[in-house]
Design a protein around this ligand. Structure first.
Ligand SMILES: [Fe+2]
Ligand SMILES: [Fe+2]
Length: 284
């Protein structure tokens, strides 16, 4: 295989959390600077030609799994990109807004990458095979509540912001998406498969590391500041856990046929390990 197709396999976990007493604006400024320095990849620059060949050689159940897996990421990236503006507006400070502005652009970059992957590798007609994602279905409502709170008392706006960050950065990105990256590494990348998708995921995961770092910093800050926020964050994690657990260990159904998920997925095990880790990140 030519050098440019070599798969980069590495654990990219760039989540870094400062002590709870660090001012949120200071943490946000630091992450904003990091986004300016490192968030510069171009989704159009990833070479997908080898992926196209490899995809055609995969076994049928591996192909179906890949389509369902990438479709779920594509839907999730696009869904959040179009709904994310209220998160920026409700943060209430210059550097938090600046950082969240980079997150908005990056969610569009991730959408752009998956659009290319379907157009050039999997075929756009495969997108409806995406796994369902009930935790995403309530994001629109979450954004509407943030907008209503913008004109309300400060305390209410803060509570709605904490809830929105718990829902998106804390649970969807911090637990669910991170589980997905680990699965991709074991099911495909570590076997030397799909170098273009591996490169895309590596870059996306690096961006997401900043998004999750900011989210966890916000939650850690408020959880240590006031017990009411701490209780609400915990309650939401518990409320969403059954929804994110439900996706794993199920067969994938396509055109009346059922396909097993790969043995290496170990989705529930990975999900629960991340869930426990996030509890420590926020409350520890
Ligand atoms: Fe993303
Ligand atoms: Fe993100």
């Amino acid at each position: 295989m030519e050098d440019r197709f070599k798969v980069h396999v590495e654990e990219v976990d760039e989540v870094e959390i400062q002590p709870a007493e660090t001012a949120l604006d200071e943490a946000a400024y630091r992450l904003w600077r990091k986004a300016m320095r490192t968030g510069t990849w171009d989704p159009a620059g990833v070479d997908l030609s080898e992926d196209k060949k490899q995809y055609e050689d995969l076994g049928e159940s591996q192909r179906v799994y890949l389509e369902a897996f990438c479709g779920a990421f594509y839907n999730a990236e696009e869904n959040v990109a179009v709904l994310f503006c209220p998160w920026i507006m409700a943060s209430g400070s210059l550097w938090q807004e600046a950082f969240l502005g980079t997150q908005l652009v990056e969610e569009y970059k991730h959408t752009d990458f998956f659009k290319r992957y379907f157009d050039e590798v999997l075929g756009p007609e495969k997108r409806p095979r995406a796994l369902a994602n009930p935790v995403h279905d309530t994001l629109e409502e979450r954004g509407k509540r943030l907008l209503v709170a913008l004109n309300g008392p400060k305390e209410e706006r803060t509570m709605r912001f904490v809830e929105a960050v718990t829902h998106y950065q804390g649970i969807i990105e911090g637990v669910q998406a991170n589980t997905g990256y680990q699965i991709f590494l074991d099911v495909f990348a570590r076997k030397g498969l799909l170098p273009g998708l591996s490169e895309g995921f590596r870059q996306i995961q690096r961006d997401e590391g900043r998004h999750v770092s900011f989210g966890l910093q916000v939650l850690r800050h408020y959880a240590h500041k006031d017990d009411r926020y701490a209780r609400r964050i915990r309650e939401m994690y518990e409320e969403y856990l059954p929804f994110i657990r439900r996706r794993y260990g199920q067969k994938i159904k396509v055109d009346g046929r059922e396909y097993d998920t790969p043995e290496e997925e170990r989705g529930l095990e990975r999900l629960m390990a991340l869930y426990e880790r996030r509890m420590r990140d926020i409350f520890g």
